[in-house]
Ligand binder design. Structure first.
Ligand SMILES: C[S@@+](CC[C@H](N)C(=O)[O-])C[C@H]1O[C@@H](n2cnc3c(N)ncnc32)[C@H](O)[C@@H]1O
Length: 274
């Protein structure tokens, strides 16, 4: 891999796994492990070390998207990696598809979708609060080193937005998503996928009812729990803490009217997820 250059992001990683996201520039940087000159990173490669003034070793890596997201400025709750990764996979994002997301918050989901689009297709992000839209835009520009050509941010309430085309995918992270179910039905092409994240199960049930009433079918609801393990020379056991409940994920498909008129008698198939 090529050498680090001035201006790029670097993830400093201590031997105990503590991480700092910094920019390569002509400036000092210090932490409890001692100081370094950030300019000394120029010319080094990923996996190389720098020794601090206190003799600690810091490994140098290019940040992953996850590192960047957790280091960026955020004014809203962002979506956790376990949910981000599942949402993009269940939402079946592919390079070239047209995606709508709402709201953008700090831009974590927008960044994840833009990376999966690989510069193709289009992402339209709709955010009600102008200051959040601007903050997310800054986070996204900082990550890509400029404005991605396939990204449009619209500062508006999703219920006031009308598109001049339908989209292939819709991603929803709103406090009251059910109010916009009718809008989503008008915006999403037949067979297109909608993925929604909600922290409370009451939100999930309201969303389910409105999706059913507005031309969506094949609806799946689930949550993901992440349990890390402590493995070393003597231990091999689950960690004391885990990232348990963060949110419920709903995945639904846009279907023709005759598919949604059947009475919902609670007799859904109870299938374990694949
Ligand atoms: C939890 S945050 C989204 C976080 C975002 N998914 C991320 O990954 O950083 C919810 C966002 O929805 C926005 N919002 C709430 N109601 C909205 C509406 N009706 N239309 C558009 N945006 C809305 C809020 O302003 C907020 O920024």
């Amino acid at each position: 891999m090529n050498e680090f250059e001035a201006g790029e992001w670097v993830l400093l990683t201590s031997q105990k796994g503590k991480k700092w996201l910094v920019r390569v520039e002509d400036a000092p940087y210090s932490s409890h492990l001692g100081g370094i000159q950030l300019g000394d990173i120029v010319g080094k490669q990923e996996g190389d070390w720098l020794i601090t003034t206190k003799g600690a070793k810091l490994m140098l890596f290019r940040p992953t998207l996850q590192d960047y997201i957790f280091g960026m400025k955020r004014h809203t709750q962002i979506i956790y990696p376990k949910d981000l990764s599942a949402m993009v996979f269940w939402g079946d994002i592919y390079p070239g598809c047209t995606v709508l997301e709402t709201g953008i918050g700090a831009g974590a989901l927008a960044l994840t979708i833009l990376r999966a689009l690989c510069g193709r297709g289009k992402l339209i992000s709709v955010e009600k609060r102008a200051e959040f839209a601007l903050g997310a835009r800054d986070n996204i520009h900082r990550y890509f080193g400029g404005a991605p050509e396939n990204h449009l941010i619209v500062a508006a309430d999703i219920q006031d937005v009308a598109l001049n085309c339908t989209v292939d995918r819709i991603f929803v992270d709103l406090p009251e998503p059910w109010h916009a179910a009718g809008c989503f039905a008008r915006m999403l092409r037949m067979g297109g996928l909608l993925v929604s994240l909600s922290p409370n199960v009451g939100q999930v049930q309201l969303m389910y009812r409105e999706l059913k009433a507005n031309g969506f079918g094949d609806i799946v609801n689930f949550e993901l729990l992440r349990r890390d393990w402590r493995i070393d020379q003597v231990r091999a056991r689950p960690s004391d803490r885990m990232v348990a409940h963060t949110g419920f994920i709903t995945v639904a498909k846009r279907v023709a009217a005759q598919g949604v008129d059947e009475p919902d008698d609670g007799e859904q198939e109870d299938q374990p997820g694949l």
